[in-house]
Write a protein that binds this ligand. Structure first.
Ligand SMILES: NC(=O)c1ccc[n+]([C@@H]2O[C@H](COP(=O)([O-])OP(=O)(O)OC[C@H]3O[C@@H](n4cnc5c(N)ncnc54)[C@H](O)[C@@H]3O)[C@@H](O)[C@H]2O)c1
Length: 267
């Protein structure tokens, strides 16, 4: 049983209905936080998942690419909690294909979700987090979910590489800004390797459909073989490090990159 290391804190997790975001929400609830989930689904569609999370969880429909939706999320969090200590900018999407094949609209879409979303979330919630952070040990914490694809390149992944590299450097920029202004907010980027989520499976299925691989099982075997630890990550193995970055045990970390990749980038 995890301890209650996040008791008294309020967290917002974008893209929190599935995959890594849902695992983060569950972990922070177990650690005693109150958690607001933001995702694309309408509230009725989200209700079955929310129902399983208990009364400390709540939901706001939030498309991270939309400025107005972020303002509505700010109103919701302010009205319900009056404070925010943890922002996990997790919502993301992927795009694969050769650079010649990438349509401008698809490039803009991945940048909108993966980069604009992180920027808008940070911009919208910085004042509330600055006002809230002084009351908790280690201050408020922004965790921006990048990827190992924000650290190293991969063939036919250039648009995703670019978006996740932008998240990495944006995080360092805001970390310096908060520190320079003595604001009680830390900001760090998170760099997962290959994690078993709906996003990863959808990507595998597209690769198979394009003829690039014979089957999803074949792709998973290849990923396992390319990963020193020999397997994909479970979302809970990403959620633990997110809870660490969110809470007081990481009080001296800001502008840092936390890599959770089974050794993939150490090779
Ligand atoms: N799965 C992996 O292997 C992996 C590895 C490294 C990094 N990541 C990153 O982790 C994050 C979560 O990925 P995941 O694998 O859990 O994905 P997922 O597709 O399983 O879940 C992502 C969630 O984000 C939501 N979402 C998508 N677009 C959104 C938008 N515009 N506004 C609000 N919510 C939106 C989706 O509805 C979904 O619930 C992403 O940023 C992804 O790039 C994933």
């Amino acid at each position: 049983m995890a301890d209650k290391g996040l008791a008294g804190r309020v967290a917002l997790v974008t893209g929190g209905l599935r995959g890594i975001g849902l695992a983060c929400a569950r972990r922070m609830l177990a650690d005693g936080a109150e958690v607001v989930i933001g995702d694309l689904d309408d509230p009725a569609a989200a209700a079955p998942i929310l129902g399983g999370l208990g009364p400390a969880a709540s939901y706001i429909q939030l498309d991270v690419t939309e400025e107005d939706a972020w303002q509505a999320a700010l109103g919701f969090v302010t009205g319900r909690h009056g404070q925010l200590h943890i922002l996990v900018n997790n919502a993301g999407t992927d795009l694969t294909g050769t650079v010649e094949s990438i349509a401008m609209a698809d490039w803009r879409r991945i940048m909108a979700v993966n980069v604009d979303g992180v920027f808008l979330g940070t911009r919208t919630f910085t004042p509330l987090m600055a006002a809230s952070g002084g009351a908790v040990a280690g201050g408020a914490s922004i965790v921006n979910v990048s990827s190992i694809m924000g650290l190293v390149g991969m063939s036919e992944v250039s648009a995703y590489n670019a978006s996740k590299g932008a998240v990495r450097m944006f995080t360092k920029g805001i970390a310096m800004e908060f520190a320079a202004k003595k604001m009680p907010i830390r900001a760090n980027s998170l760099h997962p390797g290959f994690v078993e989520t709906p996003l990863l499976h959808a990507g595998f299925e597209r690769w198979v459909a394009s003829g690039a691989a014979p089957s999803v099982e074949h792709l998973i075997e290849g990923m396992n073989a390319a990963t020193p630890i020999g397997r994909l990550a479970h979302p809970n193995e990403i959620a633990g490090p997110v809870a660490f970055l969110a809470g007081p045990d990481s009080s001296y970390m800001t502008g840092a990159e936390l890599v959770i990749d089974g050794g993939w980038t150490a090779q």
